[in-house]
Design a protein around this ligand. Structure first.
Ligand code: FES
Length: 497
């Protein structure tokens, strides 16, 4: 019986993304059985997979973590009770395997003794018995010379201690719960829009049913589950973690209509300049009152009593406590001026939302092209982080178009992503001219920059194209893209004011 691995686990074991394995399966290079791959086939395609050689996965994980503002170098171990339960489970499996092995050894020894007894039989039978004994010896010797436990098995055991695999029903979405994360945190990090509210065990909105596997309560909760809910296997995902691989029935947001409008008071964590005309405002919400939103959506920020403005969230919903905003610091912009000169670290900022439908079509199988005009990069960044967290897009290409090189204020980030991710391409495009006037826009975009996109992708209709920027720029780009044969349903536009 071959050792079968689900795609997520197999991808982790050999240090590539799930999309890379899906490509190999599609190309017929890696056999799959019901979404599973055999360890042997995996080793055949990745013969150099080693326990120590997990650099590709780690590299991508680190880049993702840095980009998401997570604690990269402080990866925590699972809760000690979880760790103990997982190690106990593995020890049980090991002792079962050992006793099965002893039994097989006894069978082999018995077989050999019986064959020896045939030495006294006729010549023909003696020869058959001798050949069979030789074969048994050769097989045993070959097994020993193969060098014991394969690296992949060791690595799989290690992964099973550090992380548990979760499969959601009815969506079929999958993710891993790592470190001290709860089921909810693991799902959010993987880019999944599970139903939840307070994140702290008070509201009951994250209730889900455990279909199989073992979970453990790792955070206290005030919400009281009824006896019948408990008997039916209901748990709170914000309080429980997975001890073993689990299957869970849970509700997920399918569209923006499923995300409630919220009022959250966040606090300023930091304000940093991004180049000479942009500010990065980093807000943090309280642990028990986070903002639930979909990547690409907007919120209204209110400073003091009278200054407010709408901004796209520039960070990913996979880190719902840390909200980032790119504030264009232009002369006469009262909001930006307040942020630059008066807003202090720790100060309260009212956040209302989310609104807007510039969100990812997660069911689409097509590769993604993002076109960001200037500050349109903010919602695009959130969408790209989300797409990377989901790990379902075959490829992601970003074209960032700005009047000057200096206006590409986050280029270090985009270049780091392009270096780290095999399926991400970044193309900065500098207009070098005026994008403010209709004639300037027409000349710079239609006369040159947008051509580059269709030169790179002559079959534009094979892609989903997301465009974000000011309304006049979007108008020009939309008309042009549709004229190039991009179906309207595959063009998703987000206005950034
Ligand atoms: S999200 Fe409120 S109880 Fe879990």
């Amino acid at each position: 019986m071959p050792q079968l691995l689900n795609l997520s686990r197999a991808a982790r074991l050999v240090g590539v993304t799930r999309v890379t394995l899906q490509k190999k399966i599609k190309a017929g290079l890696l056999p799959s059985f019901d979404g599973m791959v055999a360890a042997e086939d995996l080793l055949h395609v990745y013969p150099d997979a080693q326990l120590e050689d997990n650099t590709a996965y780690e590299r991508v994980a680190q880049i993702k973590d840095r980009a998401f503002g997570k604690r990269v170098f402080e990866r925590t171990l699972p809760d000690k009770e979880v760790l103990a339960a997982r190690v106990t489970g593995l020890a049980k499996e090991l002792s079962q395997a050992q006793s099965a092995l002893k039994q097989y050894r006894a069978v082999v020894d018995g077989l050999e003794a019986r064959l020896k007894a045939w030495d006294r039989a006729g010549e023909e039978l003696q020869a058959a018995a001798a050949s069979l004994r030789m074969w048994v010896h050769q097989e045993l010797a070959a097994g020993e010379s193969r060098g014991g436990i394969p690296n992949l098995t060791i690595q799989d055991s290690f992964l099973r201690i550090m992380a548990a695999h979760v499969k959601l029903q009815p969506s079929g979405h999958e993710f891993f719960v790592e470190g001290a994360d709860t089921l909810l945190e693991g799902a959010l990090r993987a880019g999944l829009a599970l139903n939840y509210g307070c994140s702290s065990g008070n509201c009951g909105q994250c209730k889900a049913k455990v279909i199989s596997g073992e979970v453990l309560k790792v955070r206290p909760h005030d919400y009281v589950l009824s006896e019948s809910e408990k008997a039916a296997g209901q748990v709170l995902m914000c309080s429980n973690t997975a001890v073993t691989d689990v299957v869970i029935e849970a509700g997920e947001a399918e569209s923006t209509a499923d995300i409630p409008f919220q009022h959250v008071t966040a606090h300023v964590k930091s304000i940093e300049p991004l180049g000479d005309a942009m500010l990065l405002l980093h807000l943090q919400t309280p642990r028990n009152n986070r903002l639930r939103f979909l990547a690409g959506q907007n919120v209204v920020l209110q400073l003091g009593h009278s200054i407010s403005a709408e901004f796209p969230v520039a960070s990913c919903p996979c880190d719902d406590r840390n909200l980032q905003f790119h504030i264009h610091n232009t002369p006469g912009n009262l909001f930006a001026d307040y942020v630059a000169t008066r807003l202090q670290k720790g100060e309260a900022v009212a956040v209302e939302g989310p609104t807007g439908g510039f969100v990812l079509d997660e069911d689409s199988p097509r590769p993604l092209i993002f076109i960001a005009f200037g500050a349109g990069f903010a919602p695009v960044k959130s969408l790209m982080e989300h797409a990377m967290a989901l790990d379902t897009a075959e490829s992601v290409q970003l074209y960032w178009i700005a009047p000057r090189e200096d206006d590409l204020y986050f280029s270090n980030w985009t270049r780091a992503w392009a270096d780290a991710l095999d399926n991400f391409i970044y193309t900065p495009l500098v207009a070098g001219g005026d994008l403010e006037t209709a004639a300037g826009r027409q000349q710079a975009l239609v006369g040159g920059l947008l051509q580059r996109i269709v030169e790179d992708h002559p079959k534009l209709g094979d892609y989903d194209v997301y465009v974000a920027g000011s309304e006049p720029l979007l108008d020009v780009a939309k008309k042009w893209l549709l004229a190039q044969g991009l179906p309207e349903a595959q063009l998703i536009a987000g206005v950034v004011r």
